[in-house]
Design a protein around this ligand. Structure first.
Ligand SMILES: Nc1ncnc2c1ncn2[C@@H]1O[C@H](COP(=O)(O)OP(=O)(O)OP(=O)(O)O)[C@@H](O)[C@H]1O
Length: 259
């Protein structure tokens, strides 16, 4: 696999938004946002409560249609495509934990994700033989997220942080070049935050990542580039050292009651 195919490498834009705007009955939640996510980088979208991060993320992942603006991925206009179509192009939004089957084992969960990707039949509960074909590949994704010792544990038995790791493994099974993570640290205890941070950094070595994240020390630790939203607009962009000393960014966070 070339670096280009993995979505890594020094040059090029993976995802680009131009003039992205979303209005809800006249209320402008996202206003004329233009941003570029460079291939092979970890890019964070941050901002105080109500800044428009979730709306922006839903627009970029095609869960919402923009009122105005254009989105391109790998040079292709994806503005009107559905999430499943962009997933086929290699840009995948991480599933919610609820998408993990609690009564199935870690291995079974990843196997099913693989089977779905390969467009195999949906009656997976009947064709055990069919599924075992994916075992080796599933094991490699389980190893990538550090869950090998839990291979045969039911998902329900895993800690919250390990469930998130499993959820990421099922996303990796779709072989994404770009991953979009919605608040990957939400609800995590400190030890899980460290585990998932390490995991995201490792995954980001060979893929492009865009994440919305509230935990600023995680953002500082992981991100190559950060876009700060406030009141639906881009307030600042840069690395953590740059944005953290930007007076407008500090004001926006203090004004919104953050630390
Ligand atoms: N479906 C909707 N209908 C009307 N207004 C909405 C809708 N979705 C979001 N908004 C409004 O858009 C603004 C931005 O919301 P959004 O959830 O994108 O912000 P956020 O930065 O993700 O906030 P938080 O950090 O609190 O999750 C808010 O004022 C919100 O009330």
């Amino acid at each position: 696999m070339t670096t280009e195919e993995r979505g890594t490498g020094s040059a090029g834009v993976a995802l680009e938004a131009v003039g992205l705007t979303k209005e809800f009955k006249g209320f402008v939640a996202v206003n004329n946002v233009s941003l570029k996510v460079e291939k092979g980088t970890i890019h964070a979208l941050i901002g105080p409560n109500g800044a428009g991060k979730t709306t922006c993320f839903n627009l970029l992942t095609k869960f919402l249609q923009p009122t105005r603006g254009k989105i391109t991925y790998a040079g292709r206009d994806i503005t009107r495509l559905a999430p499943a179509e962009i997933a086929r192009l290699g840009m995948v939004r991480s599933f919610q934990i609820s998408a993990v089957f609690a009564d199935l084992t870690v291995l079974q969960n990843v196997r099913i994700a693989l089977q779905r990707t390969r467009g195999e039949s949906y009656d997976f509960w009947r064709s055990e033989k069919n599924l075992t074909r994916f075992d080796d590949e599933a094991r490699s994704y389980v190893a990538e997220v550090g869950l090998s010792e839990f291979l045969n544990h039911r998902a329900a038995e895993l800690s919250y942080g390990r469930k998130r790791a499993l959820e990421i493994a099922t996303t990796l099974a779709l072989d994404p070049k770009m991953l979009l993570l919605d608040e990957p640290m939400a609800g995590m205890a400190q030890e899980d935050v460290e585990r998932i941070s390490t995991l995201i950094r490792r995954i980001g070595e060979t893929r492009t990542i865009l994440m919305v994240e509230h935990n600023l020390s995680v953002v500082a630790d992981l991100s190559d580039r950060i876009t700060v939203l406030a009141r639906g607009e881009i307030l600042a962009e840069g690395n953590y050292a740059e944005i953290s000393k930007n007076p407008e960014v500090i004001d926006a966070y203090i004004g919104a009651g953050h630390e």
